[in-house]
Design a protein around this ligand. Sequence first.
Ligand code: FAD
Length: 436
Amino acid sequence: MIASPVISPLLARASKNKLQNWAGNLEYSTDRLYSANSLEQVRSYVKKQSKLKVLGTRHCFNNIADSTHNLLSLKSMDGVVALDPEAHTVTVNAGMTYGQLCPLLHSKGFALHNLASLPHISIAGAISTATHGSGEKNGNLATAVSALEIVTAAGEVVKLSRQRDGEVFLGAVVGLGALGVITKVALDIQPTFLMRQYVYENMPLAEMKNHFDEIQSSAYSVSLFTDWRNQSINEIWIKSRNEEGQAFDATPEFFGAKRATKNLHPIAELSAENCTEQMGVPGPWFERLPHFRMGFTPSAGKELQSEYFVPRQHAVEAILAVERLRDQVSPHLMISEIRTIAADKLWLSPCYEQPCVTIHFTWKQDWPAVRKLLPVIEKGLAPFQVRPHWGKLFTMPPAELKSRYKELPDFIQLSQKYDPQGKFRNEFLSTKVFGS
Ligand SMILES: Cc1cc2nc3c(=O)[nH]c(=O)nc-3n(C[C@H](O)[C@H](O)[C@H](O)COP(=O)(O)OP(=O)(O)OC[C@H]3O[C@@H](n4cnc5c(N)ncnc54)[C@H](O)[C@@H]3O)c2cc1C
């Protein structure tokens, strides 16, 4: 382990204490993890290394963040740099998590447009993989980015903004960590708002099939959870804004589903203690948009995840295609979640120029079984030009993946501009994005 004078090595280096991702299904291929505390430290470290990858909060399930050489953490660069009420933007250092930012923003009277199921993730890591929440009119979290500061392979600082840099900016935001080290991110903000969350139970699949559009457009953000077992949607999570004209009318029944009488976890057998408040109790946006609360383990913990994006117009057909695989899927599944996302213009976003429905799988942690199943699901969804989540597990062959992104050649060119020698490339990027 070589400790540089300006970079402090973190713990987790003894071989018996290998650095792992959040779910523990991946051991990173190096224990050389350095923590930078400033832009200058990032620049000097990047200049010295021939190969490295930036680590965020380690919540990806695949090896997108892995490196066999060096890992760089910006965890301690986690503050707000500026809040501009006139321009409606907040600029943060890239190590900041949503969990750190959101209460601060709310206390100043502002909000973000949407959040993922959990606030524990770093902002830079989330935007780099096009992390998303739900909502017909809500783009993924990367669509809130209005400017980026990136340290390139040469250690130079590049500033890109939505206003100034047009297509280059659109190519850089969902960057998979391939362009350089993101050191600052500016995000669009709006006046803070209150929300209510309602959960309904047991919607017959036929109701979902016949009324999918009405269900999804019934509130600001809607998630459907199913284990595919009984021709039903186990839980429907409805997140409604309180403002006039946007509030959801929480009738006791909703397309055959019954309003829950207590807080629930998406996996009904688990305690709802780690879940955000439900039952229509009003609360700030950042305590309702995620399913899971800061300060608790999100989701189930010991799990694997996969997620597939399908163009919105094929939503019901795609859901039914997965439903037909229920006997293969259910034994290995904890829960599935179905969400909708608005279209965007970010080159490597799975929602590039098309609104999407996503079908997500939280699996039991049995990779050999899941690895056999994923190609079956991917084949079932292939007619719909399916795209996998960049940060979750998939088995789609690289050629097929690449064929789904028409801006990929431009992305490759852009990354070659900032990283001509492939300093930030790892095995995931080399095979799935850059390989011929
Ligand atoms: C329990 C759980 C729930 C989840 N829920 C959702 C959900 O609701 N919606 C959804 O879409 N996803 C969800 N995810 C997936 C998660 O949001 C993504 O995997 C996200 O990328 C994680 O961010 P991270 O900082 O942990 O990333 P990491 O795994 O640490 O890194 C991801 C990528 O970002 C790059 N990166 C990180 N920081 C930087 C930086 N400063 N500069 C350049 N590149 C950087 C890395 O190199 C890597 O390529 C969930 C994951 C878990 C574990």
